[in-house]
Design a protein around this ligand. Structure first.
Ligand code: ZN
Length: 236
């Protein structure tokens, strides 16, 4: 079998930008607006310089023995630095100063964009040999969860839960809460002080609590919980 890397063409700035734009489409970020710097450095595969550029070493990327899965991982590794920086994940994830670059905040970002959360490229690590179709699907970020991180943090002021946890929690809330205390998007409500409106979005919490994004009839929007508003029953 011919290794896939020998079939790939040489990497151009546009190839990197396209891969980054596909990650942006999933995360809501704007990494593809940054400059792409290509080097021949042997000491580092990639680098994120905050708000300025993403850098990649063609010395590695254009080496026919460098696996495509490793190339994709390096792009995601650097993208996770950007994600961590732009979303300011440290506000939610305590990170000691000594682990400024590859701490738990960055690892959270790795999880969100499907990067291995390893600081260094380990040649011993088993990077799977991808088919062209598999590599293309990953370059299009098809395996990355679609979640606008800045919008999420703005609305909920908390980190996103893993997708499965979120669904499980929501199911438990639906089963355990009285129907008048369980909200779905679109439900009409009354806030005793602030007036009427509709629930725009819902986020589950532990302990029988739902966070609600409220859109008042006045146009005002804010976050409350299912305990502070009254659900208006609509006739069946
Ligand atoms: Zn790094």
């Amino acid at each position: 079998m011919i290794p896939i890397s020998t079939l790939t063409k040489l990497w151009t700035a546009e190839d990197f930008r396209r891969a980054i734009a596909c990650l942006d489409a999933k995360t809501g970020l704007h990494g593809a607006d940054l400059a792409i710097r290509l080097t021949q450095r042997r000491s580092s595969l990639g680098l994120y310089f905050p708000s300025k550029y993403l850098q990649f070493s063609l010395y590695f990327f254009n080496d026919p023995t460098f696996p495509e899965s490793a190339a994709i991982d390096v792009i995601r590794h650097e993208y996770a630095h950007l994600y961590d920086d732009v979303a300011q994940l440290r506000r939610w994830i305590p990170t000691p100063a000594s682990r400024r670059h590859h701490g738990p905040d960055w690892k959270f970002a790795c999880e969100m964009v499907g990067a291995r959360s390893e600081r260094l490229y380990d040649t011993q690590a088993a990077f799977p040999q991808l088919t062209r179709a598999q590599a293309d699907a990953m370059l299009r970020a098809e395996d990355v969860r679609s979640l606008d991180i800045l919008e999420h943090l703005r609305m909920w002021d908390r980190l996103p839960l893993p997708e499965q946890t979120e669904q499980d929690l929501d199911r438990r809330l639906r089963q355990n809460l009285p129907p008048q205390q369980y909200f779905r998007p679109g439900d009409p409500f009354l806030h005793p002080q602030n007036g009427f409106g509709r629930v725009a979005a819902v986020y589950p919490d532990y302990a029988g609590l739902q966070h609600l994004w409220l859109r008042y009839d006045s146009g005002k929007e804010e976050r409350q919980t299912n305990r502070t508003v009254v659900k208006i029953q609509t006739k069946p």
